[in-house]
Design a protein around this ligand. Structure first.
Ligand code: AMP
Ligand code: GLY
Length: 422
């Protein structure tokens, strides 16, 4: 079988390595892939949002199955386009990917179908948003409606900050079109849990839970990033909470999307907050999380390609999705300065042992050498019997990845380890 994987980050590297465990896989094409993925797949320089380029490539290269991993091609309708030329895909069509593509859509869906989430108001007029903020409870959360690379969320600690955020988004053009509609919502508290779930539109099978570390600095300080590390499973996500989430959140969401004529097939990501009033949805993503995938897939014992295809053809209920009961930790190595400005182009060295456990995100090949090309450069994952051992081993392995301006958080997994002792 020839597979096509759209995307070029650490998540895609993890997906590709996992897919290749199936002996029926002959060639994996990655569009565009990256310098590290090139060791595991045939990378072709076609951008993940170049839908015409993707379709032409797929047509000319006898692709049997495609996995569309990032949010933007999904929201733009990459799956619809590939389906039109007869290529089955893992991932939702555009009319279902809107669950991530528009926060206003997601919030309205949850309200209509009674799915627990933060209370909210949606605004398309700046003056109305500002009037609402005069009496809104503080802190409050301001979100740009559309995709904003994970940066469209402002937690405003003061009324003034909220006013600034709303003004920047609605009048200042920050986030462009994504910010012309804003959602202002209730500030929730509690541990956060990421749950990725396979679904064929009827059946939903959650993967092992995970915990992201979104802030750039130790102790959850500094700016929000795409994610500086992850652990799985998430110790706050007990079996009791998992059962509750299935009944109150996962199944109702799948049914709601069907009722709206927007059947979701693929990986649905539930960003949850375990509040004192029960689990609530912070966000939906229409795809695998990054770097959640880098800890979740290494724990998958079933064959990924078989599970993905069962989501496409509606047979997930009859397909085993089994995870190991071990623990995984992924430590991201980033370029100093990320998520703001950073220098790139530095040669990367990796010990053979580190390379075998490292998923490459922001790197390209330059005259045959791997050099940095992005903010998050690599994610190094270890699997062990205990969380403590997985964390220790991930850091030991990550020390085998070096480049000039490398930085990582030193406390990935610390909160999870403490949770276990509470
Ligand atoms: P998002 O980009 O939607 O994942 O939001 C980024 C981060 O903002 C989340 O991981 C949460 O930590 C935080 N956040 C989003 N919405 C809320 C909320 N209603 N209350 C508290 N924190 C929030
Ligand atoms: N790690 C969060 C995300 O993928 O959106």
């Amino acid at each position: 079988m020839n597979l096509l994987v759209i995307g070029g980050g650490g998540r895609e590297h993890a997906i590709i390595r996992c897919l290749k465990k199936n002996p029926a896989v002959e060639t994996v094409y990655a569009l565009p892939g990256n310098g590290g993925i090139a060791a595991d797949a045939v990378c072709v320089d076609i951008g993940a949002t170049d839908l015409d380029g993707i379709v032409n490539f797929a047509r000319e290269n006898a692709v049997d199955y495609a996995v569309v991993a990032p949010d933007d091609p999904l929201v733009l309708g990459c799956v619809d386009r590939l389906n039109e030329i007869g290529i089955p895909c893992f991932g939702p069509k555009a009319n279902a990917a809107i669950i991530e593509g528009s926060k206003a859509f997601a919030k309205n869906l949850m309200k209509k179908y009674g799915i627990p989430t933060a209370r909210y108001e949606i605004f398309t007029e700046l003056s109305e948003a500002l009037r609402y903020l005069e009496t809104a409870p503080i802190p409050t959360v301001v979100k740009a409606d559309g995709l904003a690379l994970g940066k469209g969320v402002i937690i405003a600690q003061t009324r003034q900050e909220a006013v600034q955020a709303v003004t920047d988004m609605m009048a200042g053009g920050k986030f462009g079109k994504s910010g012309t509609t804003v959602v202002i919502e209730e500030f929730l508290t509690g541990p956060e849990v990421s749950v990725l779930a396979f679904t064929d539109g009827n059946c939903v099978k959650p993967m092992v839970s995970s915990m992201d570390h979104k802030r750039a600095g130790d102790g959850d300080t500094g700016l929000n990033t795409g994610g500086m590390g992850t652990v799985a499973p998430n110790p706050y996500y007990t079996e009791e909470i998992a059962n509750r989430c299935m009944e109150e959140i996962f199944l109702p969401t799948i049914r709601a999307m069907n009722a709206e004529g927007r059947t979701f097939r693929g990986c649905l990501y539930f960003g949850l907050m375990l509040t004192p009033n029960g689990p609530k949805v912070i966000e939906y993503n229409c795809r695998f999380g990054d770097p959640e995938t880098q800890v979740v897939l290494p724990l998958l014992e079933s064959d990924l390609l078989t599970v993905m295809r069962s989501c496409t053809d509606g047979t997930l209920a009859d397909t085993e999705v089994r995870f190991s009961d071990k623990h995984a930790c992924c430590v991201v190595t980033a370029s100093e300065g990320y998520p703001l400005s950073y220098r790139k182009g530095f040669p990367i060295t990796m010990t053979a042992e580190a390379a075998a456990h490292t998923f490459v995100a922001g790197a390209r090949l330059s005259e045959g050498r791997l050099v940095t090309s992005g903010g998050r450069v690599t994610g190094t994952t270890a699997v062990a019997d205990t969380l403590a051992d997985a964390v220790k081993e991930a850091y030991r392995l990550a020390d085998g990845v070096t480049f000039e301006n490398a930085f990582r958080r030193s406390d990935i997994g610390r909160r999870a380890l403490q949770a276990g002792k509470e």
